[in-house]
Design a protein around this ligand. Structure first.
Ligand SMILES: [Zn+2]
Length: 507
C-alpha cells in the first residue's frame, strides 16, 4: 500500500513562500537579519534609467546565504535560485542570471565593507561581540595564479562547458579566463620590460616570478611547499561570541604590522576598542605594542614561536630595570644607558668600569663591556611582562579555541579556500562578504542557541510570561523578533524600510 500523491493537484489556498521552508531553517534567520541591514548605499548606486534591476536586498540575501552554505560561484547561485527552495524563498521566486550576480558583486565590491560592519554592529546590538578580549589572526588565502594552475583551470572549464561556447553561453568562468589571460600577458610583458631595462641583453631570471594573474597578490614561500601567491586576510574575532569585529587585507605576507589597521577598524567602524588584543608571535613586536598602547588596549601577545622559547638571544639572559633603564648580566654586572642612535633607535648600554666578564657585545679599549639593544627588544620585554601577569597565559591559550576555529569554519565549514576574483579591490570586497556571511551564520547559531532568558546580560529580554523551558528555533524567533526590531530601529533602520507586517506575520 502506498500513499497517494498527485502532482497536478492545485493548492486550495495560495501558499506563502515561507511555507516551503521549514520554520527552523537557517534561511529564515539570514533573511530576517539581512532585512535589518541598511542598504541605502547600495540602492544609491542604481539609476532610474534602463531595465528595473533586482533589488540589492534580494541579491544580498541570496549571495550571503550562498556564502554561508559554501556556494560562491555566480553560476551555482543562479542554479540554486532555480532549484533550491531556500534560495527560491530568499529570492522571492526570482531567478537572476549568473551575469547579474557577477554585476552585483562588481558594482558593490566597495559597499561590502559597510555590509560586513553592519553585521558586527548588529551582533553588538543583540548583546554579542562585547569586545572584551579580541583575537587577531591572519590566514593566507591563495589565488590560483600560477600559469600552470590557470591552464589546468581552463582545461577543466573546457571539459565542463565545452570549448566553443557561443555568445549566449559565455560563462562567468570563461569571462574570467579571458580576463586572466589578459592579465597574465600584461604582467608578463611588464616583467620582461623591467628586466630588459635593468639587465640589458641578459636572459630573464626564471626565479623572478611575479604573480602572472594578479599584481596585488603577495608571493609566499614556505619551506618544502614551494611558492604560492596569496592574500593575507586578517580577521579580529571577539573571543566570547566568535563574531568577526574587524577585517582587512594586509599588504604583506607578514602579520607584523596588522594590529594597527585592525584596531583602527574597530575604533572607526564600531566606535569601540577591545580590552585586550590577543595575538600570536607573528604580531609580538614594537609596532603591535605601540598601536595597542596608544589606544589603551592591552596587548597579550606571544613573542616567540611556541616551543622556541629556549632559543632566546644573549640579551634575554640579562635582567632589565625599566625605572633606571639599565641591564644586569647574569654575573650581576650593571650596564647603564649611554645613548640612542637617531637613525635606527638602537640603544647603547655600558658598564661603568672594566668588568671581569665578557657578556657584552664588545669591549671598549679600557675594558668596559658594551651592549647594543635594538628597539624591538625592549618592546618584547614589555610584552613578556604583560604575558606573565595573572590570567594572561590562560587567555592566550583560549585564543586557539577562538580564532583558529573561526578560520577553520570559513575554510572547511563554508568551503572558502581561494579568492574567486582578482585584484585587491575585488579581493577586499570578497573578504568582506565572507566575513559578513560568517557573522550571519554565527549570529543565526547564537540566536538559535539563545533561549531568550539565557541572554539576560544583553539588551534582549523576553517579554510576557512565556515559560523559560527550552525553546525551539521558531519560538526563539518569535520571542526575539520584536526585540531585534526595537533594538535596531533607532540604530540602522528608518521605519519605512522595516517590514513590520512581515515580522508580525512571523510572530
Ligand atoms: Zn657577565
Amino acid at each position: 500500500m502506498f500513499r497517494t500523491y498527485d502532482q497536478s493537484q492545485p493548492f486550495l489556498l495560495p501558499p506563502s513562500l515561507r511555507d516551503f521552508v521549514d520554520e527552523g531553517h537557517p534561511a529564515h534567520l539570514i533573511n530576517d537579519l539581512v532585512d535589518l541591514l541598511d542598504l541605502t548605499m547600495l540602492e544609491a548606486r542604481y539609476g532610474s534609467l534602463g531595465q528595473p534591476a533586482y533589488h540589492p536586498r534580494l541579491m544580498l540575501k541570496v549571495t550571503l546565504y550562498g556564502f554561508t552554505v559554501g556556494i560562491f560561484s555566480s553560476r551555482k547561485l543562479q542554479r540554486a535560485c532555480q532549484e533550491n527552495l531556500a534560495f527560491k524563498y530568499l529570492a522571492g521566486m526570482e531567478t537572476p542570471a549568473f551575469k547579474t550576480f557577477i554585476e552585483f558583486r562588481q558594482r558593490h565590491r566597495d559597499d561590502m565593507k559597510a555590509v560586513f560592519v553592519q553585521t558586527a554592529k548588529l551582533a553588538r546590538e543583540l548583546g554579542f561581540a562585547r569586545l572584551g578580549a579580541v583575537a587577531l589572526d591572519g590566514t593566507k588565502v591563495e589565488i590560483d595564479a600560477l600559469l600552470d594552475q590557470a591552464k589546468a583551470a581552463d582545461a577543466r572549464e573546457d571539459r565542463e562547458y565545452g570549448p566553443d561556447a557561443d555568445g549566449y553561453r559565455v560563462s562567468e568562468e570563461l569571462a574570467r579566463r579571458e580576463q586572466r589571460l589578459k592579465k597574465i600577458k600584461e604582467a608578463k610583458a611588464a616583467l620582461e620590460q623591467r628586466e630588459r631595462e635593468d639587465h640589458p641583453g641578459a636572459p630573464i631570471d626564471p626565479d623572478k616570478q611575479v604573480s602572472f594573474a594578479d599584481h596585488d597578490a603577495r608571493c609566499f614561500t614556505k619551506p618544502g611547499d614551494g611558492t604560492r601567491y596569496v592574500y593575507n586576510a586578517q580577521a579580529a574575532v571577539d573571543m566570547d561570541s566568535q563574531i568577526i569585529v574587524a577585517n582587512h587585507i594586509e599588504d604583506s605576507v607578514s602579520d607584523a604590522h596588522a594590529a594597527g589597521p585592525a584596531l583602527a577598524g574597530m575604533e572607526q567602524d564600531l566606535g569601540a576598542l577591545p580590552r585586550e588584543l590577543v595575538t600570536d608571535a607573528g604580531y609580538g613586536n614594537k609596532d603591535t605594542l605601540e598601536r595597542c598602547q596608544e589606544r589603551g588596549v592591552t596587548p597579550v601577545s606571544a613573542t616567540a614561536r611556541e616551543g622556541k622559547e629556549g632559543h632566546a638571544g644573549k640579551l634575554d639572559r640579562f635582567s632589565y630595570d625599566g625605572g633606571l633603564d639599565r641591564f644586569a648580566c647574569p654575573h650581576g654586572q650593571v650596564f647603564v644607558f649611554v645613548r640612542e642612535h637617531a637613525s635606527d633607535g638602537t640603544r647603547t648600554y655600558r658598564t661603568a668600569d672594566p668588568v671581569p666578564c665578557t657578556c657584552g657585545h664588545y669591549e671598549t679599549a679600557d675594558g668596559r663591556e658594551v651592549i647594543r639593544v635594538g628597539p624591538g627588544h625592549l618592546a618584547k620585554r614589555v610584552l613578556r611582562r604583560i604575558m606573565d601577569e595573572p590570567g594572561r597565559r590562560e587567555l592566550y591559550r583560549r585564543r586557539k579555541c577562538t580564532v583558529e576555529p573561526s578560520f577553520g569554519q570559513i575554510k572547511a565549514g563554508m568551503g572558502f579556500r581561494r579568492f574567486f576574483y582578482r585584484g585587491l579591490r575585488n579581493v577586499r570586497g570578497e573578504w568582506d562578504l565572507v566575513c559578513a556571511a560568517f557573522n550571519l551564520r554565527k549570529l543565526a547559531a547564537l540566536l538559535a542557541n539563545t533561549s531568550g532568558h539565557a541572554n539576560a546580560a544583553g539588551p534582549i529580554r523576553r517579554r510576557g510570561a512565556r515559560g523559560t523551558s527550552a525553546l525551539g528555533p521558531h519560538s526563539v524567533r518569535m520571542a526575539l523578533l520584536p526585540d531585534i526590531r526595537d533594538a535596531l530601529l533607532h540604530h540602522f533602520i528608518r521605519p519605512a524600510t522595516l517590514s513590520v507586517g512581515r515580522l508580525a506575520h512571523a510572530a
